[in-house]
Design a protein around this ligand. Structure first.
Ligand code: AMP
Length: 503
């Protein structure tokens, strides 16, 4: 596989170059290659001959996470990254549904699976038991699964998205070719490895001889420490959710002076607000900003657009961009008909980035994936439209609600609330104690203002909203917060905000 070959080339040519850095750890290309060889060989000794069952890798952002990922795929097995933030009960479900044969505990913590469900080892034990140099014949390749990422399922059980070596190689090649990431750059990794946004920096960084700089969760919760670390990071390529950069932008010190070498900002995972992109362009005059879009099921991201001043000036809501060149993205109505430019429907993604499906879940796979025009396609459940080849994502189809008979999209209301001069960011939550929605609540992080009382601020925002929204779409209740809650993956935590504002 080209990706593994590239890492080997760097390990031979520049063994002392830093491949990975986090907290107080660092790992060179030479160490990464040698250790992962030994872990691969250790995995083979600790598992059944000929089995291709996945390996679960448990930890946070330790260097041995990457060592174990590479060790698994060199041993011919997909890995399942599981962050320490995932509770034991969910890990048990993942083990049961995936048939994983081995759990590598990188953090060193014992995972309480309640019984002898799975053999658990540390990477150090595997490396001690393994000999160097496994034949490359063992590596995962082509349609073999490279990793499995578990995402939440509407049924309450996580579902395992299988990403093949070909899916991943196609994605990594696209990032390295179509984005200005160069060679030997330092990439930021903010997302836990169990979230596929992390794939956007791990593999492009390794394929181009770069250094992956991970900010661990403890740092993310301590802005002062985070900023001290960023200042020392010398990072060039920033990859995160929009929410994470928005949190950083709350601090006036988050500027090009803090990150003088920052050249590229890449976002994925949720809508990038125009105000965030504008602020980045203002504060980082040497950097370029890219919005990308895609579900885990289509390998991280399948659209991109550079957000320039012109794009911001022309669009109230930013586009997610143009399809990755080998992909076919179109809009479908409820009856499966393709829709013309400008018409709104469900975004369908077809082509070589689409996953083969959910591991061990044929009926879920059949519901979400389907063949069309000789390609494999995925129903995203996202509402959107295409205009002149550019894709616009307008939130989830399933965020559509009815309030007193009126049909509306919560995200559409959020876009308008966020445009208020008094609002820094906002989330709109439906109040539905008995089923139907009774009214809407806006949870708002306000801009600095001169109002003495909250009700004065509320009526000023409502007055602005009245100019752009029909009255029935204006939230009734306004709640002010100093930050918007995020999930462990760095996305807006709508569920938690809902629980908090509704008490
Ligand atoms: P995940 O599988 O966790 O990456 O979530 C995928 C979903 O996040 C997509 O189906 C979209 O609903 C949303 N999403 C990802 N990127 C963007 C983006 N750039 N703009 C708007 N929504 C996005």
């Amino acid at each position: 596989m080209k990706l593994l070959d590239a890492i080997k080339t760097y390990a031979d040519a520049k063994p002392q170059a830093e491949a990975f850095r986090s907290l107080d750890h660092s790992l060179t290309y030479g160490e990464l290659w040698d250790l992962s060889e030994r872990v691969a060989s250790g995995i083979q000794k600790h598992t059944a001959d000929g089995s291709k069952a996945p390996v679960l890798v448990y930890g946070h952002m330790e260097p041995n996470m990457i060592v174990s990922f590479l060790g698994s795929v060199k041993a011919g097995r997909p890995y399942i990254p599981v962050d320490v933030s995932i509770p034991a009960e969910r890990i048990v479900k993942i083990i049961e549904s995936s048939g994983a044969e081995l759990l590598i505990s990188v953090s060193g913590d014992a995972v309480d699976t309640g019984s002898n469900l799975i053999k658990t080892v540390t990477p150090e034990e595997l490396a001690a038991d393994g000999d160097a140099d496994l034949s490359r014949e063992n590596w995962v390749k082509e349609l073999d699964t490279f990793y499995i990422i578990y995402t939440s399922g509407s049924t309450g059980n996580p579902k395992g998205v299988q990403i093949s070596a070909d899916n991943l190689q196609s994605f990594t090649d696209w990032i390295c070719r179509d984005f200005p990431v160069g060679e030997g750059k330092t990439f930021l990794n903010q997302a836990p490895f169990s979230f596929d946004l992390s794939v956007m920096d791990i593999f492009p960084s390794l394929q181009t001889g770069g250094t992956l700089h991970c900010v661990t969760k403890d740092k993310i919760n301590k802005p002062k420490v985070l900023f001290e670390e960023l200042e020392k990071s010398k990072l060039n390529v920033w990859t995160s959710t929009p929410s994470f950069v928005q949190m950083c932008l709350m601090d006036p010190g988050f500027t090009q002076e803090l990150l003088p070498q920052a050249e590229v900002f890449m976002f994925c995972g949720e809508a990038l607000p125009a105000a965030v992109a504008q602020e980045l362009l203002n504060r980082f005059p040497k950097a370029r900003v890219f919005n990308t879009y895609g579900p885990t099921e289509t390998t991280v991201a399948v659209t991109s657009v550079e957000i320039t001043q012109q794009i911001i000036d022309e669009h109230e809501s930013l586009p997610v961009g143009f399809a990755k060149p080998d992909m076919n993205i179109f809009i479908m109505d409820e009856n499966g008909n393709k829709l013309p430019d400008g018409e709104k429907g469900e975004i369908i993604i077809a082509g070589p980035s689409v996953s083969k499906g959910y591991l061990g879940e044929p009926s879920l796979t059949e519901k979400a994936f389907f063949p069309i025009d000789g390609q494999w396609a995925y129903h995203t459940g996202d509402a959107g439209y295409v205009q002149d080849g550019q894709i616009f994502c307008q939130g989830r189809l399933d965020f559509q609600i009815k309030l007193h008979g009126y049909r509306m999209e919560l995200e559409e209301i959020e876009v308008h609330v966020r445009q208020s001069q008094y609002v820094r960011t906002a989330v709109v939550i439906p109040y539905q104690p008995n089923g139907p929605v009774e009214y809407l609540i806006a949870a708002i992080v306000p801009e600095k203002h001169d109002f003495e009382k909250e009700f004065q601020l509320t009526s000023a925002i409502k007055k602005e909203l009245a100019a752009s929204l029909p009255a029935y779409m204006i939230p009734r209740k306004f709640i002010y917060q100093d930050h918007i809650q995020m999930t462990a993956n760095g996305k807006i935590d709508r569920k938690r905000i809902g629980e908090e504002v509704l008490v």
